[in-house]
Design a binder for this molecule. Structure first.
Ligand SMILES: NC(=O)c1ccc[n+]([C@@H]2O[C@H](COP(=O)([O-])OP(=O)(O)OC[C@H]3O[C@@H](n4cnc5c(N)ncnc54)[C@H](OP(=O)(O)O)[C@@H]3O)[C@@H](O)[C@H]2O)c1
Length: 242
C-alpha cells in the first residue's frame, strides 16, 4: 500500500487523519518543522498499528525544501494531506509585513504549491491518488476579526478548485475540507459553541469516508454546509451585524 504524506505533521486534525489511515495498514510520512514531536507521533503509529511511519523535517515557508521533499519521496504517496495553518490575532498582523507574509505562505502558498506538485507527480506516475487540503469557512466571506487568515484560505479554496479540474482526467481527487470549529491547539484559547464544534477524530472520520468513496470537492461536517451557504448568501448589511 502506498503512503499517506501529512504536511503539518504535528497538527491535531492532521495526526487524527493519519491515525485513521494507519489503522488500516497505510504507511505514513509526517512532515513537520518540529521533527522531534512528529517523530513521537510516528513512533505512536508504529507501536499502535504496526505500520511504517517516519518523520521528516519541513518548515513549509521554505518552498524549495518543500518541493524537494515531495519530489524525493519514493514511491509517490497515494494520499497527501495539507494540514498546515496559522491563525494569528488579526490586530497583530494587520499591517505587519512579516506577519502578513507568514499568514499567506502557511495557509495558502505552501499548501497549494506542495499539493499541486504532488498532484502532477501522481498524474505522471499513474497514481490515482487523493489530495486533501484543510481550508476553512473563514474563507467563505471576509470578517473583520480574521480577514488575512480568511483571505489566505479563500485563495487555497480557489487553487484547489482549479487543481481539481486540472487533475480530473488523471483520476487524482482533490478534497477541500472546511471543518467549521474544531477543538485543537489552534482554537484552545477560544470559547467555541459546543453544538457547532467537532473533534479532530470527527474530521478524520469524515475525510477517511470521503477518500474511501473517491469523493472530490468541498467537504463539511454537519451542519457546516448549511451554515456556510447561509453565510455566503447573507446580504453585506446583515453579515456586518452578525
Ligand atoms: N481548529 C479549527 O477550528 C480549524 C477550523 C478550520 C480550519 N482549520 C485548519 O485545519 C488545519 C489544521 O489545524 P489544527 O486545528 O489541527 O491546528 P494545529 O494543531 O495548530 O495544526 C496546525 C499545524 O500547522 C503547522 N505549521 C504552522 N506553521 C508551519 C510552518 N511554517 N511549517 C510547518 N508547519 C507549520 C503547525 O506546526 P507547529 O506545531 O510547529 O506550529 C501545526 O502542526 C489548519 O489548516 C487550520 O487552518 C482548523
Amino acid at each position: 500500500m502506498r503512503s499517506l504524506l501529512l504536511i503539518g505533521g504535528t497538527s491535531d486534525i492532521g495526526t487524527a487523519i493519519a491515525r485513521r489511515f494507519a489503522r488500516e495498514g497505510r504507511p505514513v510520512v509526517l512532515a513537520a518543522r518540529d521533527v522531534g514531536e512528529a517523530e513521537a507521533a510516528a513512533a505512536d503509529l508504529r507501536h499502535r498499528f504496526g505500520v511504517p511511519a517516519r518523520a521528516v523535517a519541513l518548515d513549509v515557508r521554505d518552498l524549495e525544501a518543500g518541493l524537494e521533499l515531495v519530489h524525493g519521496l519514493e514511491p509517490c504517496p497515494e494520499i497527501a494531506v495539507a494540514a498546515v495553518g496559522w491563525l494569528p490575532e488579526q490586530a497583530a498582523v494587520r499591517e505587519d509585513p512579516e506577519g502578513v507574509r507568514r499568514v499567506v505562505e502557511v495557509n495558502f502558498t505552501a499548501p497549494a504549491l506542495l499539493l499541486a506538485a504532488l498532484g502532477r507527480r501522481m498524474a505522471e506516475e499513474g497514481v490515482r491518488g487523493h489530495l486533501v487540503a484543510l481550508g476553512s469557512v473563514a474563507g467563505d466571506r471576509g470578517r473583520a476579526s480574521n480577514w488575512w487568515y480568511g483571505a489566505a484560505k479563500a485563495g487555497l479554496h480557489a487553487a484547489m478548485e482549479g487543481l481539481r479540474q486540472e487533475l480530473l482526467d488523471a483520476g487524482v481527487r482533490v478534497l477541500t475540507v472546511r471543518p467549521g470549529f474544531v477543538r485543537t491547539k489552534m482554537t484552545a484559547h477560544l470559547a467555541l459553541p459546543p453544538f457547532l464544534t467537532s473533534t479532530p477524530e470527527d474530521i478524520a472520520r469524515l475525510v477517511h469516508r470521503a477518500v474511501t468513496k473517491g469523493r472530490s470537492g468541498p467537504l463539511y461536517p454537519f451542519p457546516w454546509r448549511l451554515v456556510s451557504l447561509l453565510v455566503r448568501l447573507l446580504p453585506a448589511s446583515l453579515a456586518r451585524r452578525i
